[in-house]
Structures are given as C-alpha cells and as structure tokens.
Write a protein that binds this ligand. Structure first.
Ligand SMILES: Cc1cc2nc3c(=O)[nH]c(=O)nc-3n(C[C@H](O)[C@H](O)[C@H](O)COP(=O)(O)OP(=O)(O)OC[C@H]3O[C@@H](n4cnc5c(N)ncnc54)[C@H](O)[C@@H]3O)c2cc1C
Length: 426
C-alpha cells in the first residue's frame, strides 16, 4: 500500500486525504489544529464554491451540507457612481448553483470523517525539519498548508507573479439578521459591489456554525478609505466599521443590514497577503522532495472568489495523477508535470484575478455596463466564475470584447436564434 504524507488539513489537504483514503492509500494528515479548535475558532474565508469545484467534492461523497446551505443561483455586479447610487446593477444567472459552507464547519467535520475512515490524523504544527525527518517513510510528501510559513520551502516564480505587495486589505464579518434583498427577494446570489478606486464589497449568503448567515466582505485598496481595520481587535468594533463603510460607499447594501449582529465572536477576519505563484517542488535538506498544493503554490487575491475552487480543482488533478502513477516513483519529473496540469487551469484564474486587482479597464467597464442590458452577457460573466478560462474569449482584449458585445446584441435582437439567452428555462 502506498504511503502519502499531507501537511495541512484545509480545503485541498482534506480533499486529497479523503480521496486517497477512498482508493486505499495509507494517508497521514498533519494539522496544526484539532477539529474543535477549528470549529470554535475564527473564520478563514468566505469560500463561495461554484459548480465544478462542488462537483469534485460530490464525486467523493463529501457534499455533506448541500441540502442545508443556501443555493446561490446567481451572481450580481453593481458599480457605484460618484453620487452613491449604482451606475451598473445586474444579476447573472448561474447554470448551476454555487454554495458557501463555512470552512470551520467543513474542515472540522472532514477531519473527523478522515479519522473515521482509517486515515492517520496527527495534530502537530509542522516545521520544515519535521517534514524532512518524516519524508523517508513516505512514497510522497504533499504540502497543503495554505499561505502559512511553510510556503518559504517553495521559491517564488517571478515570471508568473504580477505583484510584489498586497493589492487589497481584507475585512470579513459573518452576520445574522440581514433583510431580504429587494432587487431579487426570491433568489439567493453572490453580490459584488465595485467602488471604483476604493475597493469591493461582496455579500454572500452562507452556512456557518449557527446555521444560515450573510457574509459581508470588504476588499480595500491599500492606503485607501477601506484600509482601516488594522488595530481593530474587538469583533463588535470590527462589525461597526464594516457597517459604517457600507453606509458610506454602498448605501443600497447598508439598507439591508441595519439590524444585523455577528454570528459569533469568531465571525470576523482582517488581513492582507501578496498574490504569489511559487515553484511547485521543494528539495528537503535530507535529499527528499515535497510537492506544493493549492495556495502554497498559487495564492490569488480573493477578489474573484477562486482560492477554494482552485484548491478543489488542484486536489482533483493531483488525485488523478497519483492514481495514474500506480507503483512508479513520485519523482521530480512527475511532480512538475502534475503541477503543470493544474497550472493549465490555475493560470486563467491568476490572469483574471490580477486583471481585476488593477484599475478596471475601459472595455471591461463597457462590458459590465452592457451586461445590464443584455442578460446573456450577464449570465456569461457569472458563469465565468465557475470556468475562468472562458474570459480568454472576450475579457482581456478591447477588440474581442466589442466583437462579443456586437454578437450578443445581434443575438438579443433575434431572440429566436439558438444561444441568444443562456438563462436556464428561459
Ligand atoms: C478573506 C478571504 C475570502 C476568501 N473567499 C473565497 C471565496 O469566496 N471563494 C474561494 O474559492 N476562495 C476564497 N478564499 C480563498 C480560500 O479560502 C483559500 O484559497 C483556500 O482555502 C486554500 O485552500 P488550501 O487547501 O490551499 O489552504 P487552507 O484551506 O488555508 O488550508 C491550509 C491548512 O493548513 C494548516 N497549516 C498551516 N500551516 C501548517 C503547519 N505548519 N502544520 C500543519 N498544518 C498547517 C492550516 O491551519 C489550514 O488548516 C478566500 C480567502 C480569504 C482570505
């Protein structure tokens, strides 16, 4: 039986650990926290996952919360105008719903499931020296420790990095008590509110430790008016600042949250990090090798809500490659090829995310504006969150954007034409 060591019990590490157990591998999973510490700790993400990533979880029988979690049928974009109204406001329909299950709920339960299914769960905050020490006893060592200190094992890949400093200051609050959304009261959706030059507010219905909640998530341009959470340590003060910024910059969202309260004291998060792509293979001091997984090797800013999706996609690619390898060695060549197979998907996420971190180009403003008039454009942008490779066709190049908008306008003028509208059932 092949022996695999996975360091880090987050989205990708647990997905891989449970997938490998299902195929009879001897898996050791090292986590720096117990399930209860995770469950009772601080939120880690907003973790909206779209269809492809959710399907990878379903394929392994891991979608435990699907029936209790709000089904996000759409994705809306609003752009604030200087008068504090909305210059753009539309809802695109997703072909398949997205969902957000608080990672505290998911990771704690998946860890317990892993142990129940015969996996070896070791609670230990691993240092490089530990990994080096254990590596000899395993056929393969995977480092899935997110953006923590172990990333330093893997060199930065400058050719694949667009930025050397954080591009957003992040602030999250999980709340109960938001009013129904007047624009579409019957449809749960991810709502992205862009405030040009200032940042973005995302509002996400989710499942958390205490049941259904709404997540309020500010992404602020560093040094700007949203970058004010440093030193705010009290959770209620944190929520008060989140709400005050909503009143100032997104009053239409603020109107829904006048009476909200935090889900729990751990329902807040603030921070920032540098979007970074790393070299996938680390050489250990004793001569062994380790392969980086998900955020360890490709950490994108959450402005496009992709990291957990990418972690699931990375885990699926790696799982398939490990199974296909059979009894042959997991050598450096195999590790590089396995990462490149994942990068083939991840590169689209990185390109799109890094584009949206800069000033919104004029042709993208045109695209977002046109989506308000052309539902099929809104739907296509929304579904791009599930498959960002689709943006290659129309997002980056002004001429391609205009050509696509001309095609979409022509199709909407002739609604009988096949493909004129992608809304399910319309
Ligand atoms: C504010 C915010 C909002 C986000 N919103 C979204 C979103 O809406 N949609 C989306 O798809 N993505 C989102 N993301 C990104 C997403 O959460 C991450 O990309 C994803 O969780 C990465 O998965 P991972 O397996 O690489 O790492 P993680 O899920 O971070 O797991 C790493 C695990 O390793 C453990 N660990 C770390 N160091 C050690 C060590 N030395 N020894 C042992 N264990 C260790 C950690 O405790 C953790 O449990 C968001 C991120 C942030 C910060």
């Amino acid at each position: 039986m092949r022996k695999i060591l996975i360091v880090g019990a987050g989205q990708s590490g647990l997905h891989l650990a449970l997938g490998l157990r299902a195929h009879g591998y001897a898996v050791t999973l090292m986590s720096n926290r117990t399930p209860d510490e995770i469950r009772n700790g601080r939120v880690m993400s907003t973790q909206v996952m779209f269809h492809t990533a959710l399907q990878h979880e379903r394929d392994l029988g891991l979608g435990f919360w699907e029936s209790q979690t709000p089904r996000l049928e759409g994705l809306g974009i609003s752009v604030a105008d200087p008068g504090h109204g909305r210059a753009v406001d539309w809802l695109g329909r997703l072909d398949h719903y997205a969902q957000s299950v608080d990672q505290r709920v998911k990771m704690a339960a998946w860890m317990e499931t892993f142990a129940q299914r015969g996996g070896q769960l070791v609670i230990h905050g691993c240092a490089v020296s530990d990994i080096d020490y254990f590596a000899d006893s395993y056929d393969l060592v995977l480092v899935a420790a997110g953006r923590g200190e172990l990333v330093s094992m893997f060199g930065r890949d400058p050719a694949r990095c667009a930025y050397g400093t954080p591009q957003r200051a992040l602030a999250v609050a999980y709340v109960h008590g938001a009013e129904p959304r007047p624009e579409h009261p019957g449809v749960d959706a991810v709502r992205c509110n862009l405030v040009p030059g200032v940042g973005e507010l995302f509002v996400i219905p989710a499942l958390t430790v205490g049941g259904r909640a709404d997540i309020l998530f500010w992404e602020g341009v560093p040094g700007g008016p949203l970058d004010v959470f440093h030193g705010v340590t009290d959770p209620d003060d944190h929520l008060a600042v989140v709400l005050q910024l909503m009143e100032q910059f997104t009053p239409w969202e603020y109107a829904r949250v006048l009476n909200v309260e935090l889900t729990d004291p751990g329902g807040v998060l603030a921070g920032r990090f540098v979007p970074t792509v790393r070299r996938p293979v680390a050489s250990l001091p004793g001569g062994g090798l380790a392969l980086g997984v998900a955020d360890v090797v490709v950490a994108n800013d959450p402005v496009t809500g992709q990291g957990a999706n990418s972690a699931a996609k990375c885990a699926a690619v790696y799982l398939e490659a490990i199974l296909a390898r059979g009894e042959r060695p997991f050598d450096a060549e195999w590790m590089h090829a396995t990462f490149e197979a994942y990068w083939e998907q991840a590169r689209h996420v990185t390109k799109w995310t890094n584009t949206l971190l800069g000033p919104v180009p004029e042709h993208v403003e045109r695209l977002f504006g046109a989506a308000g008039r052309l539902p099929q454009v809104a739907d296509r942008i929304a579904n791009g969150f599930d498959d960002p490779a689709d943006f290659e066709d129309y997002f980056y190049d002004p001429e391609r954007t205009d050509a696509y908008l001309a095609r979409a306008a022509a199709a909407s003028a002739w609604p009988g034409v096949r493909g004129a509208r992608r809304i399910r059932g319309a």
